[in-house]
Design a protein around this ligand. Structure first.
Ligand code: CP
Length: 335
């Protein structure tokens, strides 16, 4: 079994099936705390430094909320312009300094492999919140948690999954990380719908095919959405040379209720890492899907809190002490 305590979480390649099962098991234990049925102060006094050098809503806030929900304190740096990286300080020096102020660090940065570079200077665990177009391991874990829970009512699990990934598969780091994790399961069929220029990188495809999985690459929606899960992605404009180049692909694979009813199965679950681009020229996931039970996007985002709580508990070595630090909730909660 992988040793979590004191480890950096940089890539999904670190995990085997047992490690993932452990993370998902601990994530489930976090539900009463996240749902405010009980409090847990197992990380009372601990400090998370949240370093986000690229925009984020879900990842940054849910890392912070997850740490607070375990009783810890959160310090944040948002935007490179607010850090001495903008004065030429190296990632290594920044890590040496910030890790002296922290028990754990979560970091997002626009450059591929930057979080790994940063981790070399850190004396505390570093968790990758997204490094350019490379990886987003905590998103992939929350995606797996979501697929597992969404499939459970249909007596399905991660083995024998039929999933369609759609959109910007070249730059979408969430689909890179998720595909690598899916390669660990059995008999997975992955259909990849994208424009030719935005196809999944070869290395990710070979991770799946080398594990014996079926991969179909296509630029057609028709006939390719009758799956268990459709995982839609946004055109990652920030990874293109210009907005004009991104505009060439925006809106190619929009999913709305009409398309869903025409091409998907009755119970196809819709996922998206979010943010979805709801501007009319993109509209990759139409608001008319919002009333469908099978739209899992907000449950998926909520699951991020559970998975990030689990990663903090595991990397700080307190996952077996949760119940010892429980307290009642003393205020009105809407959950
Ligand atoms: N899914 C995700 O990474 O969202 P944010 O960019 O808002 O963090």
């Amino acid at each position: 079994m992988m040793k979590f305590e004191g480890s950096h979480i940089l890539s999904v390649s670190q995990f085997d099936r047992d490690a993932i099962s452990r993370i998902l098991e601990i994530s489930s234990l976090m539900a009463p705390y996240a749902m405010r049925k009980k409090r847990c102060t197992v990380l009372d006094g601990a400090i998370l430094n949240n370093l986000f050098f690229e925009p984020s809503t879900r990842t940054r806030v849910s890392f912070g909320a997850a740490f607070n929900l375990l009783g810890g304190f959160v310090r944040e740096t948002v935007g490179e312009e607010n850090s001495s990286l903008s004065k030429g300080e190296s990632l290594f020096d920044t890590a040496r300094v910030i890790s002296g102020y922290s028990d754990v660090i979560a970091m997002r940065h626009p450059k591929m492999h930057s979080v790994e570079e940063f981790s070399k200077g850190s004396s505390v665990p570093v968790i990758n919140g997204g490094d350019g177009a490379n990886e987003h391991p905590t998103q992939a874990l929350l995606d797996l948690f979501t697929i597992k829970s969404e499939m459970a009512p249909f007596n399905k699990n991660l083995d024998n999954l039929n999933i369609t990934l759609m959109g910007d598969l070249k730059h979408g780091r969430t689909v890179h990380s998720l595909s690598k994790l899916l390669s660990l399961y059995k008999n997975v069929k992955v259909t990849m719908i994208s424009p030719d220029a935005l196809q999944m990188p070869d290395g990710v495809i070979s991770t799946l095919t080398n594990a014996g999985h079926e991969v179909i690459q296509t630029d057609k929606i028709e006939g390719n959405l009758a799956c268990d899960v459709i995982y839609q992605t946004r055109i990652q404009q920030e990874r293109f040379a210009s907005k004009d180049e991104a505009d060439l692909y925006r809106g190619h694979f929009s999913l709305n209720k009409e398309t869903y009813l025409q091409y998907c199965k009755e119970n196809t679950v819709i996922m998206h890492p979010l943010p979805r681009d709801s501007r009319p020229d993109a509209n990759e996931l139409d608001n008319d899907l919002n009333d469908l039970d099978n739209l899992a996007i907000f449950r998926q985002a909520q699951n991020g809190v559970l998975v990030r709580m689990a990663l903090f508990a595991l990397t700080l070595g307190v996952e077996n002490n949760l119940t010892k630090f429980e307290k009642p909730v003393t205020w009105h909660t809407a959950k």
